[in-house]
Design a protein around this ligand. Structure first.
Ligand code: HEC
Ligand code: HEC
Length: 379
């Protein structure tokens, strides 16, 4: 006779009880290795808003030539960048001064843009429309004219925001775009499966050695942060790691002085930075006007880094190997070159061997999420 199994009855009962309970949270599950996304109270996520944001993000009519959308420079197929461009191309193929960062995981950044000049995704979305080398509009009126009169948009703005006609403003437009962007989070990389998922063989021995260098000898982790339960790979702070500023070294006092005197509005600052290479190199200084921030840029996330080259705010380093060599040389292109006066204190020669350089690169290649992994199988 089969024995009565007390525990299986209890377990089955518990499972039935659980499945009958209402969900505690409506927040979508986050991929392995990532923290929860914090949604602004005044801009909650809804499926309709996200779909509307996706449509706005891809609409080329919101540019002076009718040919450039947000997606032109943040293409889904290219991990929401314009890789392999060094700096972005906007209307009429005009080029800016900076490399387009990915929108993926930007939900986790405390400030937006390489110099952090924008406080949140809603504010950030206002600027590309008006930048003369990006979407080239004189003001936001053409966008509002379209969303207030186009049949599909009229319906969507009514359904999502309960607004029609002139009550639709850029506030709703940018809220929808930001809501869409906040869904672009991606983790679950081989690194995540190894470090957080306990899959011992998700990384090769060389990749694990690369991780060890990332944390110890390379001290990369001091800025590209890895935490106990998740990793965004950024401290959300600004550092001068010796990229770009060497070229304007002699002109810094003049450039900085001029910039302070000009007293520009936020929109004028955005335009000046993306149209004037030398102003761009001032970095975070353009926002804080603090001399400690000269040549300082936001620590990038390293997630999906292998598929989003070239690298750094100016796209000046082509490969991950060049990046590691830059750090290995102590923040200069060639070993022994003079470092800039404002170099961050954490940047000094690392004395990595050639094998260690290779392993560090291999480690960074494990940070690609499955949805953005290149088609070829992993070795
Ligand atoms: C012409 C190419 C181009 C277009 C069009 C464009 N972007 Fe960008 N985007 C860039 C570049 C370049 C940067 C970096 C600029 C900087 O930091 O100064 C950037 C930065 C960003 C960032 C900040 C990411 C970070 O890590 O801080 C977000 C978010 C973003 N863009 C979203 C958008 C949205 C939304 C639109 C449409 C309204 C848009 N972009 C249109 C090129 C473009
Ligand atoms: C002092 C802080 C700091 C340290 C230490 C540091 N980084 Fe960075 N990292 C940054 C900043 C800031 C940027 C952006 C710099 C720029 O664009 O001028 C960056 C950019 C990068 C990029 C390019 C990201 C992109 O999207 O283009 C890579 C790759 C990178 N770091 C890897 C490393 C590695 C590997 C190490 C260790 C050898 C390391 N970093 C150490 C702060 C740091």
């Amino acid at each position: 006779m089969k024995k009565f199994n007390f525990w299986s009855v209890i377990t089955a009962g518990f499972i039935i009880l659980l499945s009958g309970m209402p969900a505690v949270s409506t927040e979508p599950a986050v991929p392995l290795g990532l923290p929860h996304v914090e949604y602004p109270e005044e801009n909650p996520q809804t499926p309709g808003k996200i779909a509307l944001g996706n449509k706005l993000f891809n609409d080329e009519r919101f540019s002076s030539t009718g040919m450039v959308s947000c997606a032109t420079c943040h293409e889904a197929e290219k991990t929401f960048t314009d890789s392999p461009l060094k700096v972005s191309e906007g209307i009429n193929k005009l080029t800016g001064t900076r490399n387009a960062p990915t929108v993926v995981n930007s939900a986790y950044f405390e400030k937006l843009f390489w110099d952090g000049r924008s406080p949140d995704l809603e504010d950030q979305a206002l600027h590309p429309f008006l930048n003369p080398v990006e979407m080239g509009l004189k003001d936001h009126t053409p966008i509002l004219d379209i969303v207030r009169t186009d049949g599909e948009y009229k319906k969507l703005f009514r359904d999502v925001f309960g607004k029609t006609g002139t009550s639709i403003t850029m506030k709703e437009v940018t809220q929808a775009i930001a809501a869409f962007e906040r869904t672009k989070i991606s983790g679950d990389s081989p690194f995540d499966r190894w470090y957080y998922g306990g899959e011992k063989d998700a990384l090769t021995p060389e990749e694990k050695q690369g991780f060890d260098i990332f944390v110890n000898k390379g001290r990369c982790v001091s800025c590209h942060v890895i935490e106990q339960t998740q990793a965004v790979f950024t401290d959300n702070r600004f550092h001068n790691v010796g990229v770009g500023i060497n070229d304007i070294q002699a002109d810094i006092p003049g450039l900085a002085g001029e910039f302070i005197k000009a007293k520009l509005t936020a929109s004028e600052v955005d335009i000046k930075i993306l149209t004037d290479k030398r102003t761009s190199e001032l970095g975070r200084f353009a926002v804080t006007q603090n001399f400690d921030d000269l040549g300082a840029f936001k620590t990038s996330t390293l997630r999906n880094i292998a598929v989003t080259g070239p690298y750094m705010h100016d796209g000046s380093l082509k490969t991950l190997k060049e990046v590691v060599e830059h750090y290995n040389n102590g923040g200069v292109a060639k070993k022994g070159d003079p470092v800039n006066d404002f170099l961050g204190s954490g940047i000094r020669p690392l004395n990595l061997t050639d094998d260690q350089v290779t392993d560090l690169v291999l480690f960074m290649e494990t940070l690609t999420s499955p949805e953005f992994a290149r088609k070829q199988p992993r070795k």
